[in-house]
Design a binder for this molecule. Structure first.
Ligand SMILES: C[S@@+](CC[C@H](N)C(=O)[O-])C[C@H]1O[C@@H](n2cnc3c(N)ncnc32)[C@H](O)[C@@H]1O
Length: 356
């Protein structure tokens, strides 16, 4: 247990919150309504996010040894609270780079007292954060990637093509780059690449051209309009809002989501204690491919021997896959929670010493 480390889990550990990004840019919080969407019942009451594949995550992490549970994307703490309830031998380090999520998670986890600590940080720092709290490493790690429902629903964050808000999209509102810079300042080829790669958008060329021609683009509603007009009419009628993929791509660029994931996966695998379990929920095929690759690499120890032959290259696996493929939500979960539709859950267990 980390008793004594942080008597009051609602107190931020200023050591973790300070020193990163604080001086990295403008004080963009100025002028924003920090309380948007809140009510008197506290931050958790207005932070409604339905946790995806909850039972599966809880049952996988129930198999973890006692010790430190790191929820690297704690959000509204739905998964975190359910895992703490189910597994009395775990204590939590919740991580999120979004200050509103941190406030909501601290509020929701208050009932666990010193068993739950929440810090504001990117999860790429997970290894240092774990090392400062536990010598043997993390018994359980959860990453539930992407954005939360409140981030999408609060118009003032600018994540959604459905509402008019500033071109922001930063999860960490101290970060120097917002969607405004990507939309209004990226060169045409750079913007086209972002939309094509991260949005997997076949009309990236037309969309980037329209965006560049329409500059300056002032807000998210304006951007959604410009993108929709760029998409050929037959494609506009298929597959949801025509700006959905472009918004996703810009969000991933603003938040460096794939770079963070690559660093976070390596750091989290390196932070696992013997027997420790790690679950990752992803919602995008590029993310899932990275998770699958990182888990397979760790499970083979980087073995280069031909498939089916005995390993003679000296590779040492650091984890075992808890399933070869991925768990998916059932149809009934998708009906209850449409945002779960694209979810893929993968899990591993550390073997031997630390999985690094
Ligand atoms: C899908 S939500 C998690 C929801 C959570 N599992 C729950 O039950 O409420 C993802 C959260 O991860 C955070 N996040 C995404 N990327 C992150 C990163 N690289 N470092 C830290 N937090 C991140 C987001 O700010 C968001 O709050």
């Amino acid at each position: 247990m980390n008793a004594g480390r942080n008597e009051d889990p609602r107190e931020g550990r200023s050591g973790d919150d300070a020193g990163r990004n604080d001086d990295a840019g403008r004080n963009d919080d100025a002028g924003w309504n920090d309380d948007a969407g809140r009510n008197d019942a506290g931050p958790a009451a207005s932070f409604e996010h339905v946790p995806v594949l909850l039972e599966q995550v809880v049952s996988l992490l129930e198999g973890a040894p006692d010790g430190l549970f790191v929820d690297a994307t704690v959000g509204g703490a739905g998964h975190a609270a359910a895992v703490l309830d189910a597994h009395p031998g775990l204590h939590l380090l919740g991580i999120d780079r979004d200050d509103r999520a941190v406030a909501a998670a601290r509020d929701r986890l208050g009932r666990f007292g010193a068993r739950a600590e929440v810090v504001r940080s990117p999860f790429s720092r997970i290894e240092d954060l774990v090392r400062a709290r536990s010598e043997q490493g993390a018994s359980a790690v959860l990453m539930d990637l992407g954005v939360s429902s409140p981030q999408l629903d609060e118009a003032d964050r600018g994540f959604s093509h459905r509402s008019a808000g500033p071109l922001d999209m930063r999860m960490d509102r101290r970060a120097p780059k917002s969607a405004y810079e990507v939309v209004n300042e990226y060169s045409f080829p750079k913007l086209r690449r972002v939309i094509a790669e991260f949005g997997e958008e076949r009309h990236a060329d037309r969309i980037a051209r329209h965006v560049v021609d329409a500059r300056p683009i002032s807000d998210s509603a304006h951007l959604a309009e410009v993108v929709a007009a760029a998409v050929p009419a037959p494609a506009r009628r298929r597959g949801g809002h025509p700006a959905r993929r472009t918004f996703q791509a810009i969000r991933m660029e603003v938040n460096r989501e794939l770079d963070e994931l690559a660093e976070g996966l390596e750091a989290a695998l390196g932070a696992l204690a013997p027997g420790g379990r790690m679950c990752v929920l992803s919602y995008h095929s590029l993310e899932d491919r990275m998770v699958k690759g990182a888990f397979r690499e760790a499970a083979s120890g980087g073995c280069v021997c031909p498939d089916g032959l005995e390993c003679v290259c000296g590779a040492t696996p650091t984890v075992r896959l808890l399933k070869r493929g991925a768990w998916k939500p059932t149809e009934s979960e998708v009906q209850r929670n449409p945002r779960s539709r694209s979810a893929r859950l993968r899990a591993v267990e550390a073997v031997g010493g630390r999985a690094s």
